[in-house]
Design a protein around this ligand. Structure first.
Ligand code: MTE
Ligand code: MO
Length: 382
């Protein structure tokens, strides 16, 4: 069993698949802390977790602009380069797929609303490593790519891989990291020990874990996950007609939000005359969330939620580099005589992008980019 060496995990995780291991925390825990504790941070593995000896580990860096490949040990990475920290949210393209699946069946893991988390990542800037490897920014193609290759392999020996645009990696303000720490701890095995790519604002799938190789190229990664997965399509495209070559690989994610409290299908506390609604909101590409609207009547009327301040130790989250989510809260009177409430949330980002009101128009066969208004139905005790 190639999974027998996988790490131990907390039993409170909601498991979507055991082998490979895919799990998310109970959603009501998600907005309790600004930084998601490592143990409950969602885990999304396509393959067995590789066993890597940190003493013999090497990162290979090669490709365009480099005379020869370089090879760096973990010690090299920690000693030769300045440590850089970024507080960034990571979201799986399949977050909230379960809701899209209710409209019409999609293919993929049944994620709830918690395939998202925020951590303080510590490591080195990929930019610094590339400059150390001898690349000259003005001699690289404007439209090149950085390919990341994992050390996790399938039975045929092919590794997980993905790529991001090269200009991202070279942009100091894009904060692209080779991370060896997560929330002040050594990167846990499930999250890519000993080294992973963190590309803030970009879909989880490109944040390659167990990083073995960085390759500068004219081309995107040739991996299955870059070419034939993690792309969006029209609702009219089905498995007979889909042509993966016609759509771009998902990179920056659209604006997203969800309600973590109250939980769908529950009953509000007895004799309460107010309800507190809490949740998260985030957008890709470093766009900040500027507003979260909450409705208690299914979207007929709206109130504006309070955006909670980030924890003290989080990076500045300037506009354009707002890599982390915003937690939000709204306390409002329960409308008179209501026996049930349909609570809805939707977020607005700094480009005034908004979430669509329903899933049908954004339905896609793979169930990715599920960002419709989040709706939670609760009973009001009599
Ligand atoms: N990197 C490797 N090497 N193997 C993987 O299976 N999964 C990707 C990405 N990086 C994956 C990977 C996907 S789809 C997501 S959403 C994130 O890792 C999840 O990161 P996490 O498990 O640390 O939350
Ligand atoms: Mo993912």
């Amino acid at each position: 069993d190639p999974y027998s060496t996988d790490p131990a995990r907390l039993p409170i995780l909601r498991i979507n698949s055991l082998k490979p291991f895919n799990a998310e925390p109970p959603s009501q825990l998600l907005a309790d802390t600004y930084l998601t504790p490592n143990a409950i941070f969602f885990k999304r593995n396509h393959l067995p977790v590789p066993v890597i000896d940190p003493e013999t580990y090497r990162l290979e860096v090669q490709g365009l602009g480099m005379k020869r490949p370089i090879s760096l040990s973990l010690h090299d990475l920690k000693s030769k380069f300045k440590k850089h920290e970024v507080v960034a949210t990571l979201q799986c393209a399949g977050n909230r797929r379960t809701e899209m699946n209710r409209v019409r069946q999609v293919k993929g893991l049944e994620w709830g609303i918690a395939a998202i988390g925020t951590a303080r990542w510590g490591g080195v800037l990929l930019r610094d490593v590339l400059l150390y490897a001898g690349v000259k920014e003005d001699q690289l193609p404007q439209n090149g790519h950085v390919q990341f290759e994992g050390l996790d392999k399938d039975v045929t020996g092919s590794a997980y891989g993905a790529s991001v645009p090269l200009h991202k990696a070279l942009d100091r303000r894009a904060d692209v990291l080779l991370a060896y720490e997560m929330n002040g701890e050594e990167l846990p095995r499930d999250h890519g020990f000993p080294l992973r790519a963190i590309v803030p604002g970009i879909v989880g799938a490109r944040n390659v874990k167990w990083l073995g190789r960085v390759l500068l190229s004219h081309d995107e990664s040739l991996s299955h996950w870059q070419q034939n997965d993690y792309k969006g399509f029209s609702p009219s495209v089905d498995w007979d007609t889909v042509d993966y070559k016609t759509a771009p690989a998902i990179q920056e994610l659209p604006v997203q939000s969800a309600i973590t409290e109250p939980v769908d299908g529950t009953e509000l506390t007895e004799n309460a005359d107010e309800v507190t609604v809490r949740g998260y909101a985030w957008s890709g590409g470093g766009r900040s969330v500027v507003r979260v609207d909450v409705s208690l009547d299914g979207g007929r009327t709206w109130q504006t939620a309070e955006l909670l301040p980030p924890s003290n130790d989080s990076a500045p989250q300037d506009e354009g580099r707002a890599w982390a989510w915003k937690l939000w809260s709204l306390t409002a009177p329960i409308p008179n005589g209501q026996r049930s409430l349909e609570i809805v949330c939707k977020a607005v980002d700094s480009a005034y992008n908004v979430q669509p009101d329903s899933f049908a128009p954004i339905w896609n066969l793979r169930g990715v980019l599920a960002t419709a208004w989040h709706r939670v139905n609760v009973k009001v005790p009599s």
